[in-house]
Design a protein around this ligand. Structure first.
Ligand code: DX5
Ligand code: ZN
Length: 217
């Protein structure tokens, strides 16, 4: 069954704790946390102090998406702040295999994200070391962008690669996911769908319930 991972990038930061409690009360398991450095992506979001603070108020799975250059500089620190899953971009790592090992040694689940234009073979040889692959369905950097249609084909191909290897790596999709395309994405083989504006834009409870109804959860 598809899980959703609300992205706090679209939350109201003046009410961040309250917003997180609302999604938790709706039975959501994952919280997607977007860290941006203004270098790998154009924008800057937030970092360790925010993650440490919200770690104290919830046991949800912290899915930390690092949109930062050379993420190996900060893996242990993000693990200490309370990350459960750490996702690094293949495009941001000179030594991807080494960074994946570093994430696991820090006690976290390891995931690799691929930008829309990055081919799947960027993760082919490390696939069985990974707990999850994140397919970016927008160019990373901002919430509220439009889903890039070719992402669905990419998800299907990744699903085939995983099945052919007989492994259980999860597939996550991030960017432009909402109630109108979530079924297509789920049927393509996604396990976890990140949703920023579709969850935090407007009435949070109603938004989640609409998505759950659409996917019959
Ligand atoms: C984009 C971020 C996303 C973003 C998704 O760079 O990685 O996680 O918050 O937001 P929506 O769901 O609004 O596209
Ligand atoms: Zn993200």
């Amino acid at each position: 069954m598809l899980e959703i991972a609300p992205s706090i990038l679209s939350a109201d930061f003046a009410k961040l704790g309250e917003n997180i409690k609302t999604v938790e009360q709706e039975g959501v398991k994952y919280l997607h946390i977007d860290v941006m450095d203004g270098l790998f992506v154009p924008s800057i979001s937030f970092g360790m102090p925010i993650i440490s603070s919200i770690r104290k108020i919830t046991d949800m799975v912290f899915d930390v998406h690092l949109m930062i250059e050379s993420p190996e500089r900060y893996i242990e620190e993000f693990a200490r702040c309370g990350a459960d899953i750490i996702t690094v971009h293949a495009e941001a790592c000179k030594h991807l295999d080494r960074v994946v090992t570093q994430i696991k040694e820090a006690g976290c689940k390891a995931a690799v994200a691929l930008n829309p234009a990055t081919p799947l073979n960027a993760v082919e040889y490390v696939l069985d070391m990974l707990d999850m692959v994140l397919i970016m369905s927008v160019n990373p950097g901002f919430g509220g962008q439009k889903y890039i249609p070719y992402s669905t084909e990419k998800i299907k191909e990744l699903k085939k690669m995983i099945e052919n290897k007989g492994i259980s790596t999860l597939i996550e999709v991030d960017g432009g996911v909402n109630a109108s395309n979530v079924v297509e994405i789920m049927e393509a083989g996604v396990d976890i769908a990140v949703m920023g504006s579709a969850v935090f834009g407007g009435e949070i409870k109603a938004n989640i319930e609409k998505v759950y109804q659409t996917i019959k959860k």
